[in-house]
Design a binder for this molecule. Sequence first.
Ligand code: ZEM
Length: 295
Amino acid sequence: SGVQSGKVALNFTPTKEDYQKVYNKIVEFVEDAGDYDDGSYGPVLVRLAWHSSGTYDKETKTGGSNYATMRFEPESTHGANAGLNVARDLMEKVKQEFPWISYGDLWTLGGVCAIQEMSGPKIPWRPGRIDGFAANATPDGRLPDATQGADHLRNIFYRMGFNDQEIVALSGAHALGRCHADRSGFEGPWTFSPTTLTNDYYKLLFDEKWVWKKWNGPKQLEDKKTRSLMMLPTDYVLITDKSYKKFARAYADNQDLFFKDFSAAVSRLFELGVPESQWVTSEPWEMKTKEEQEA
Ligand code: ZEM
């Protein structure tokens, strides 16, 4: 048996060790970021994995990470995906060295690798996604719009099959990375350590005083004290909506709980849209971090 990746049929079945080699290659590229952003491609790789998965619709079973349709126009040019060419181009370099891996597996493994290497929890992951076609692409508007409110988040994430607790847990990814004016229009990081996953995002939501930023850009909040951090309107609803707020409080108070719930929700997010029959293993794997392999 073999794997079918795009048009290249291969005569070997990759093992967990082969995928670990891909993981390790991604680590090299993530760390070799020079002056890019905060010195890491980690956050933008997490965003690529999320946007390739978050298009899922549980009713029609369309979208999700299976076919990596963001390779094709018009999905690659959807406003929500602005700037993700940086992450796709980086993953393309990994693909050159491991041509047998499907794009969906590669992009989600990139997200897993980035989260784990940025001090996050283990994200159980397994291969099995296949390369699809432009015809498998989803219409624009399936990803959340940061200018909207609590009900919009529910509409978008319930469509993927998530509940309020999972919406709040997944949003904790915003401990990582930043907004770029030339991508989304928004500007700035959410936390003081944008390349380390912590529960600071929730702590800051509760502990800082958030005021509307006075500028010509889209409506966003800034912390009154330093004016160097930001929150999107959709971040702020996590402490104004009663249902979201109790989960946000729990994650602010307990990083272990956040890591446990984040890991479970992200693992499921990255599997959206993949038919059960495609998985090469019934139990997802825990890929080893760079540090664990050096020990
Ligand atoms: Zn994000 N996200 N996101 N997000 N996101 C941005 C950046 C990042 C929303 C959103 O509009 C935006 C999730 C959920 C939601 C990451 C991960 C995850 C940006 C800034 C915006 C505007 C883009 C830019 O300008 O570069 C909204 C409305 C969400 C609904 C809740 C989930 C879920 C995520 C992963 C599990 C990450 C890591 C970034 C930082 C990217 C970077 O380049 O630094």
